[in-house]
Unconditional design. Sequence first.
Length: 160
Amino acid sequence: MIRLQNLLFTLCAALLASCAGPSNSISSFTSPADGTTYHGDFKTYTPEGGVKKDTGRTALEGIVLLNVQSAYEGEVTAEQLSDLTKSVQATVDRMIVRSRPSKMAVNVRLYPDRNPTFNVATKGTMDKPEILSLHKALMSKYQLRTKSRVLGYEFYITNR
């Protein structure tokens, strides 16, 4: 696995756009979805105007870029990441019924030569067949690719 520096973002309506400067720094992050501990210079960002909470059955809580932000430039846009994340959130909202209330970590890997992969971790109520169906749907639905390198990010959803 490629080990790169990491950058932590707090998510709201616009995924990576319209963020104020960094407000906090930490040195490591452990992914609840894949169990990997990443070391680097994590910076926490918040959107200008503050975080806007989702009011539906699912709420997007945050995002972690697993590479330095500059690695994404020319590979994938903030809008593409935002669209993919919002689409996955909508898929979770539609497919997850019995696994509520819960929190989910969705780890996404983007590749230049194949479709993205997804690892899902849950905390709280979990119906294993439902989560397996969600994973199968995610693995078959999305086709976003990078231009030349493997990139990863992770986001968090609360299921009410």
